[in-house]
Design a protein around this ligand. Structure first.
Ligand code: ATP
Ligand code: MG
Length: 314
């Protein structure tokens, strides 16, 4: 597997002005992203996500440490040709139409003629803005602007796509659209590195995630491994044919019971009580409709890591 992004002991300090010292935005950040991965960086406000991305695009030079993209040191012009970037607060020339906007960026990469027209058509299609190609950006909704911003980041057909908070400020439909675009990029074999603090979005589409806090890497790994490292917390079972007098039997074993019209849902604390419920179901003739283990979500892992970190620095 080819390594697309590599950072080693990245440190970034900012001067806070005369006599006010320095602040550490990145502290010893070492990570690797492999070709074809969707890699998510999670972290609260001010944890260094944008700073890390700026280092990767070559917009910011780190105080110390190193970073490579596609095997070359960041900042190299040839690297920039392989990168697409959606900044956190993109600037849009609002009098341009969607199509003009993309053509403008294509020309920055010295693309023209037929290749350019074809690329613009493809990108408008990918981000679902073909019908709005002649609409000025000033009339675009936030979700549409975010999508045209992503199209802009792809104009040079980059191998690595860096997206800083691509879902922020979007409603559930807009977020889903952006998630779908990211998954399509993965299908095309691109490597996607994005920042977010919207955990469910990250959980749904990332191959691996890194959790940043005050510039430090708290945890990194496949979502399933991070989530799986915390064992099953409870099991939800749905039972049919439990008579009203038998409900109390279930209640005695469950953390919670919700009685529906034709069935009930019981949340059981562990596998031993699941075994017991199955035994009772056999005895009483209850029918098992569904059984779902409940695992910790990425949100719980995130909060747990962040609070551990707070304890450590105290
Ligand atoms: N140019 C700068 N000068 C001084 N401090 C800066 C500069 N850029 C960033 N910082 C500081 O570095 C820290 C990390 O900022 P960064 O923008 O990388 O965080 P972030 O994780 O992207 O946050 P958010 O979720 O709010 O976008 C913050 O405390 C910020 O104030
Ligand atoms: Mg940011």
């Amino acid at each position: 597997m080819q390594v697309v992004v590599q950072t080693e002991n990245l440190r970034m300090e900012f001067s806070l002005g005369l006599g006010r010292g320095r602040m550490v935005a990145l502290d010893d950040l070492t990570l690797q992203v492999e070709s074809g991965e969707v890699f998510g960086v999670l972290g609260p406000n001010g944890s260094g996500k944008t700073t890390a991305m700026k280092v990767l695009t070559g917009l910011c030079a780190p105080t110390s440490g190193s970073a490579w993209v596609l095997g070359q040191p960041v900042g190299n012009v040839s690297v920039k040709n392989e990168i697409g970037f959606l900044p956190e607060h993109p600037y849009f020339y609002e009098y341009l139409t969607a199509e003009e906007f993309l053509r403008f960026y294509a020309r920055l990469f010295r693309r023209g003629g037929l290749v350019l027209s074809k690329r613009v058509d493809e990108l408008l299609e990918l981000v679902g803005l073909t019908r709005q190609r002649r609409t000025r950006l000033q009339h675009f909704s936030k979700g549409m602007l975010q999508r045209i911003g992503i199209a802009q980041a792809l104009i040079n057909d980059p191998r690595l796509v860096l997206l800083d908070e691509p879902m922020s400020g979007l409603d559930p439909v807009g977020r889903r659209e952006v998630r779908d675009i990211i998954l399509q990029l993965r299908d095309q074999g691109k490597t996607v590195f994005f920042n977010s603090h919207i955990l469910p979005d990250v959980e749904m589409i990332c191959d691996r995630v890194a959790i940043l806090m005050e510039g430090r890497l708290l945890a990194m790994g496949p979502v399933r491994e991070l989530v799986g490292s915390i064992s099953v917390r409870s099991v939800e079972v749905e039972l049919e044919s439990v008579s009203s007098t038998e409900i109390a039997v279930v209640e005695r074993m469950a953390e919670k019971v919700v009685v529906m019209k034709n069935y009930l849902i019981a949340v059981l604390p562990d596998m031993a009580s699941v075994d017991e419920i199955l035994r009772l179901a056999n005895v009483h003739g209850w029918r098992l409709r569904a059984m779902t283990p409940r695992r910790a979500s990425l949100e719980e892992i995130f909060l747990q890591e962040v609070s551990k970190h707070h304890h450590e620095i105290r």
